[in-house]
Design a protein around this ligand. Sequence first.
Ligand SMILES: *Cc1c(COP(=O)(O)O)cnc(C)c1O
Length: 372
Amino acid sequence: MAPPNAMNVPFLDLASMHEPLKAEFDEVWAKVTEANAFIGGTWCEKFEEEFAAYIGTEHAIGCANGTDALELIIRALEIGPGDEVIVPANTFIATAEAVVAAGAVPVFVDVDPDTLLITAEGIDAAATSKTAAVMVVHLYGQPAAMDSIVAVCEKRGIAIIEDTAQAHGATWDGKKAGSFGVAAGFSFYPGKNLGAFGDGGAITTNDGALAEQIRSIAFHGRSITSRYHHDNMGMNSRLDGIQAGILSVKLKHLDEWNAGRQRARDRYEAGLTDLELVKVHERAKSVHHLCVVQSDNREELMAFLSERGIGNSIHYPVPCHMNDPFKEWAPKVAPVVTETAAPKIMSLPMFPALTDEMIDYTLKAIHDFHAQ
Ligand SMILES: *Cc1c(COP(=O)(O)O)cnc(C)c1O
């Protein structure tokens, strides 16, 4: 007989963040609907300004989701058929999807064994005369090692595109993820550190011409100067006014929420005895989008935690290149670190309002599992 659950620990609890802000959300709804500012408009412009200021870039452009944000950057850089784009093998599938959607070739590279992030050495070894860009993914909330990555990309003339979908507010040497590359893509999927009430995304960049090009492509290729002329082959990828208003309300609390995640991470780290957390580099400040550990008995441990009412998940069980649609781009030399980690990684509950009691209950369950 399984023991009765002393408590339930959700994997992610969004209600704890949203509850105190309900009146402000209601006001957004009332004002945006009254103004009919459903797509683009006042609330989008306001959020774009606030988000650019937060990340520390000249421009932010709202769009429909994080995957589009990445595709828009690649297309605006005129990277396409015949061009190679380096992608870490350990990432969410959308990173590679955006490369293929733009018509370019994804070249998968292995990651660092401590952080499971893309490295300068990996980029250097994979670069060819066809390499146009690299997707630097700040996975799990931690920026990749940007000093060495910027150096190798400058040396080789490779554009850095940051996938910052999991790292809103993270820093490397005090500088925000999303401000290092030629441009960065963000996702506001509800479960991200900064999430909308539906899909949403943004691109940050310091390049004004690139920002204009992205804005045009995202709006059916429309000319910036004339709404009846279409200069580019475009797509429809815009941010809703309602979502932008919600995001403005939530952005004010992002740092405090990220601090709550740091507190949770510290308690996990202090109390975890039987498993290793994925490490955070000393020059990086992670925003702990996920709390990832590696276990040799993952499936059993996950079942054990579920039975005790503790949420858990895997990010990601199948490396990109091993999924059917990407097999034609599988690397000739297997990315050993990624393929070794994939059957071991699992994610523990992580959100700002995770209580000490919930963490201690989770730590005890992990300990009990290993003591049996
Ligand atoms: C969520 C995510 C994306 C895609 O964002 P969507 O808004 O879901 O399209 C891209 N890359 C990474 C690393 C992500 O976690």
